[in-house]
Design a protein around this ligand. Structure first.
Ligand code: BGP
Length: 463
């Protein structure tokens, strides 16, 4: 038996987002975002045609939910403000119902000793801004800056940990490369511009927050997917993996933490004639406004081999590498993602060694499983032992990294209670707490939730 004990005041909790949990009710004043719009237009693109409208009804059930957070060991919890709720048009008038809701929600968390970690953007572009180009349009950057400042003013007394984006690479990949989210484009020039504007917006929000002199921290949440070459002794595989790393990890990690874009990525985009449109002081702004805190989402590694297949018609990052399906890899078959626990350690070592050991935490890690009703036992509870295994195996590597000097301050699982997962809707369930859609969203804590409470109470676990 070994004891895995974590540093004092370790952040135990989970993460969620506004668009995936809140839902909408009549009179709430929320405007449409791209998912509301897309669902209305093409409901068949969503699993079982379930849209974001209902989500898990946190808007009305948050008090009950916060009690459940307590029962599952949370001392902190991350969600996001929905831009389209606070500013229904993306710019202009503030929705007073939204202010009331978020203030009550955050107050209730604080009253229960759960620190709110609040993210500003989780894939949810307000529709009026998207119609004008979304992140492609420089005006969105300015609108985002105003939105961020509005949030700091309205909620800064309650919120001391802010995040500018969750996984800013996802709108780039899903919206503009691989046609997975609205507007479903496959246009690398657009993808680069979108990513650039997100990075710039982040720097502007960081600047505004620091200038506001509020006593808190501001960071970014990135999904870091360590890029492993098929064969470490094959220079072509190694080079391909490095390029994939530049596209999908360092593209945001470097500007966020080091204040500049990775040179290899810049060179490559220049060669392709795809550098984004920039304005004069942008790069200085990015250089001078880096994050205080880094959130790391980790689900899966990226395995890469040299390019062996023909290139696609349009330019794509995959012009430089192929995805390698490693024989014998351990898979989560429901989500189709590889499970590789050591990846979380490798990320933390990389941050320690190459990013100044900036304060960081695991801001998402988790396992989505389909049809969890199969695992209900006579006690009425889902016995999700696979989730306990998943989390504990990852936590062991987090523990090891901390022993070796990683500045990792917490672990948040994705997610607190089952929620709406974009086009997969409620297909795969991730929560510590189940949500029964057939019974008006009835919540029941899963076995993993009780397990996590013990871990949080003991600040570790024995195994
Ligand atoms: C992350 C997102 C979350 C969440 C999670 C699970 O990338 O930040 O919003 O959805 O992944 O993924 P999915 O919902 O696609 O199964």
């Amino acid at each position: 038996m070994s004891m895995y004990t974590f540093p004092e005041n370790f952040w135990w909790g989970s993460a969620a987002s506004g668009p995936q949990t809140e839902g909408r009710v009549a009179g709430d004043g929320k405007g449409d975002n791209i998912f509301d719009y897309w669902y209305e237009k093409e409901p068949e693109k969503f699993f079982n045609q379930v849209g974001p409208g209902k989500a898990s009804q946190v808007y009305t059930k948050y008090k009950e939910d916060i009690q459940l957070m307590k029962q599952t060991g949370h001392n902190s919890f991350r969600t996001s403000i929905q831009w389209s709720r606070l500013l229904p048009n993306g710019t202009g008038e503030v929705n007073s119902e939204a202010v009331k809701f978020y203030r009550n929600y955050f107050a209730e968390l604080l009253a229960n000793d759960i620190e709110p970690f609040i993210n500003l953007y989780h894939f949810d572009m307000p529709m009026p801004l998207q119609t004008a180009g979304g992140w492609l349009n420089r005006e969105t950057v300015a609108a985002y800056e105003v939105y961020a400042k509005t949030c700091f003013e309205l909620f800064g007394d309650q919120v001391k940990k802010w995040f500018t984006h969750n996984e800013p690479i996802v709108p780039v990949e899903a919206g503009y490369l691989y046609q997975l989210h609205y507007p479903e484009e496959a246009n690398m020039t657009h993808a680069v511009q979108v990513g650039y504007h997100e990075a710039l917006a982040s720097a502007l929000a960081i600047k505004a927050y620091h200038e506001s002199k509020q006593e808190g921290q501001i960071g970014i949440i990135l999904n870091l997917t360590p890029s492993y070459p098929r064969d470490e002794n094959n220079p072509a595989d190694v080079k391909a993996a490095k390029i994939a790393d530049a596209f999908f990890n360092r593209s945001f990690l470097d500007p966020a933490v080091k204040g500049k874009f990775p040179q290899d990525l810049v060179d490559l985009l220049k060669e392709k004639g795809m550098l984004p449109e920039m304005q004069e002081n942008d790069l200085q702004l990015i250089r001078e406004n880096t994050v205080d805190l880094l959130g790391i989402n980790y689900y899966q590694p990226r395995r890469i081999k040299e390019k062996e297949t023909p290139k696609a018609e349009n330019p794509m990052p995959e012009d430089y590498f192929d995805v390698y399906e490693m024989p014998g890899r351990k898979m989560n078959p429901y989500r189709g993602w590889e499970i590789y626990e050591k990846g979380i350690y490798d990320i933390l070592m990389n941050v320690r060694d190459n990013y100044g050991n900036i304060p960081c935490f695991i801001s998402e890690n988790g396992m989505g499983v389909e049809d969890e009703g199969r695992f209900i036992q006579a006690d009425g509870m889902i016995h999700d032992d696979y989730r306990i295994d998943f989390v504990s195996e990852h936590l062991k590597f987090v523990h090891q990294a901390i022993q070796e000097g990683a500045n990792c301050l917490g672990y948040h699982m994705w997610t607190c209670m089952d929620n709406w997962s974009w086009t997969n809707a409620y297909k795969n369930r991730y929560g510590f707490i189940s949500v029964n859609l057939a019974e008006d969203g009835k919540r029941i804590i899963k076995k993993s939730g009780y397990w996590f409470k013990q871990v949080a109470d003991q600040n570790g676990f024995e195994e």
